[in-house]
Design a protein around this ligand. Sequence first.
Ligand SMILES: Cc1ncc(COP(=O)(O)O)c(C=O)c1O
Length: 391
Amino acid sequence: MLFDEQRTFDPAEARLDDLAASVATRKLHDFGYPVNQESRLIGFYRWLAGSGLNLAMVNNAGDPFDKEPAHLMSSLEFEREVIEHLGPLYGFDPDDLWGIVTFSGTDGNNHGLYFGAKYLENKTNKRPVLYVSDAAHYSGRRLADLQHLDMALIPSDVHGRMIPEALEKALIPERPALVVYAMGTTFKGGVDDQDALNAVLAEYPDMEVYRHVDAALFGGYLPYSEYRDAVDRRVHPFDSIAISGHKFFGMDEPGGFFLTTKDVREHQNPYNISYLNCSMPMINCSRSAMTPIKFWWIFQHTSREQFIEQTETMLRNAAWLKEQLDGMGWPAWLEPMSNTVYFKRPPENVVKKYNLAPDYDDRLGGELSHIVVMQHANEKRLQQFLDDLKS
Ligand SMILES: Cc1ncc(COP(=O)(O)O)c(C=O)c1O
């Protein structure tokens, strides 16, 4: 606690104390969802409390890549630095980079679909078809609905990967293709085989293609792993990528990143808004100024070596968990590059204690759950889960 010395009783605070106490206990075995419960922002809050910034309303309504910040009551300069810090991790040339800090992975996907559709329309005068796998996060389907995009939902294989033959069957080559590659599906952690899918797309050289990568969770740690090429656009070309910031990177509230190229940015309606003194290609007007600063803080205070270490530990712990489940004869699976171990669903009390997400797949015997091995899911806590499962 930072400010507890002089507290007098306040019933509102007392109620919030209950919430805080419950969350603080539960978070240690919160294994079912991809969030990093080891937020490193305590130093940030210490600084913020005495800074004066906590007493102001700041707003990033504006384009962080405008030469002059649209207005000074913002943290646009820091937002831009965050995007410039991340760009090279995904193979973006620093001179050909545009992006924003988003409200979430879904917000990043919203921008990916919107920018992709507008880009393709601008180039071809045709509305694209969206291709996304049925194992990808549901936001693709929701956003297709929201944006009135024609969508082909492509079946996935048992590993959660889009089936290339099914994409081939569904393609409408007369229309441009807006393809979402899932780099880590939500439940199984399946990674779409970009080479195989690109080979299908390459059979139609006249078809304009835009590739958006949904790398909500894996996009955080893959750049720090031996699998970094999977999210490097120089190796596997893509036009935009969305990553959640509260997953691997340890933001303590929803947030994320949307990165794309200047070419894509320039094919958007810029909405030059005089009263904002800038162009507004992004979907939202007001955007958080605090989230970019918190990300900036995280990147200032976490070295590349620390992110590498966190990644190695997570992947090692995931492999260890899978091995232990195998040893117990409990059906379990772990996809390549993944920190998500999925397995036959445990009894309800274990599901509840560890906040495990449920899913169902007939091909794997029916009811499933998974553990997303994030930074806080260390070997000791995972051992406790295994002990509970045994008993
Ligand atoms: C693959 C994938 N994409 C997108 C999302 C949505 O991200 P957010 O919850 O940050 O909106 C998730 C969330 O778990 C996800 O797993």
